[in-house]
Write a protein that binds this ligand. Sequence first.
Ligand SMILES: NC(=O)c1ccc[n+]([C@@H]2O[C@H](COP(=O)([O-])OP(=O)(O)OC[C@H]3O[C@@H](n4cnc5c(N)ncnc54)[C@H](O)[C@@H]3O)[C@@H](O)[C@H]2O)c1
Length: 446
Amino acid sequence: MKPPAVTNPPVGRPAVGSQSAKKSAGGTQPGDGIALAVVGAGQRGTLYARIARRLGAKIASVANPGATRRDRFGDEFDLPPNRRYATWQEMLEDSPAWDAVVVASPDTEHAEPGVAALEQGHHLLLEKPLATNPAAASQLAAAAAASGKVTAVCHVLRYSPSGRALADTIRQGLIGQVTGITHFQPIGWWHFAHSFVRGSWRSQADGSSLLEAMGVHDIDWVAGLVQAPVERVISFGSLQHFRPEHRPPGAADRCQDCPAEPTCPYSAVRIYGRFLDHPLYSDWPLRVVTPEATPAALAQALRTGPYGQCVYLGLNDVVDHQTVNLELAGGAVIDVTLSAFWEMAARSTRVLGTRGCLEYDGQHLSWFDFASGERRDITPQVSGDAGGVYASGDEGLIRAFLEAVRAEDPSLVPSSVAESHRTLKLVWAAEQARCSGRVISLAGPN
Ligand SMILES: NC(=O)c1ccc[n+]([C@@H]2O[C@H](COP(=O)([O-])OP(=O)(O)OC[C@H]3O[C@@H](n4cnc5c(N)ncnc54)[C@H](O)[C@@H]3O)[C@@H](O)[C@H]2O)c1
């Protein structure tokens, strides 16, 4: 027996922005006539600005404290000197006629510029997490609600073509009622060492937890797939491995000087050396380590910067593996695991329904139907969105945001500030559960 026909095929069908996508049909681009100001000229700010420009938007101003990045960004987007600002406060005070502000500064620097941009009447694209403390997140959520503006938080998993198709398949009832989701984020051994041991996300005390920085995507993604409030949360995890007691005997502080380097899986010399000509990783993460991708510049960066340091120095406090369980009203259960200890790979999600199940590896999506006993590949056939395991939703996010701004319709964006605030409350509940060892009960809708 064949699986039931998909009456409204999820394949390639846009789940968001479809109304204004019609406007684009006559050759107009979603970003036409939209001017953006960017806070944070780093990796994400530059990426979003490139996509937005390709989709027709104008990049009109930038704020970044460091002059090198500010000018590199300013040169790339042809900004005159008076549209390159050292602080977002100066930029917003100057307030030329942009339509939207993109906030892509570090985790602790999102809420304040976000609130200020909304209060000035701009639409807002904001990096995750909204904030690293509840008071700032609530202030931002209140400003977003009062503004009526389009807000989009960069939960890119919601915007990849396959991710949209998966959500649509569930919404259409093709697997019946969802009873569970099991989701794995294999952060990857070198990615974890790069970002969470040596890099900007290594300190929970000064910045964000693993869940705030990374798991917020996963929890947003899986909780957004089921239309039911979360009632109970538990979580376990720790910094098990990247600690001074696991330092090999005789290891040096820098990989370049270390006798254990040849056999150490976390050797910065080997990890970054492989990326010099890598098709995916020669930009990120290599350019984070060294602005110039040459063997000499890399050697110098590893000799002097944080990315050449031993991973066992004890300068990090972020957990290296964590699991979160959510119980939803109606009985569905969700488990989310994040771990450093896997190869660098795309996330995988399995959705367990009463009539069938879905399997998703970040790109391929398959549907097994219990009645027919058949499995079917329902991966959308779309081009573009290339560029590694993290890039797949980037273009979809920017497209949806620009379409919503053009239509002045906040409902066209599924990852609003309000939605992300709900996610962040789950993240904080999970962290509270992990630290206290208790089951956290959540009262009311979330
Ligand atoms: N959505 C995603 O998939 C995703 C992926 C990676 C990172 N992120 C998030 O994006 C944000 C930026 O990350 P990144 O990798 O681009 O980091 P980055 O370090 O490359 O860029 C951040 C930039 O912000 C600048 N900056 C610092 N303080 C600032 C301030 N007060 N005002 C303006 N600019 C300021 C820095 O100088 C830097 O140029 C982080 O919050 C990160 O968690 C999201």
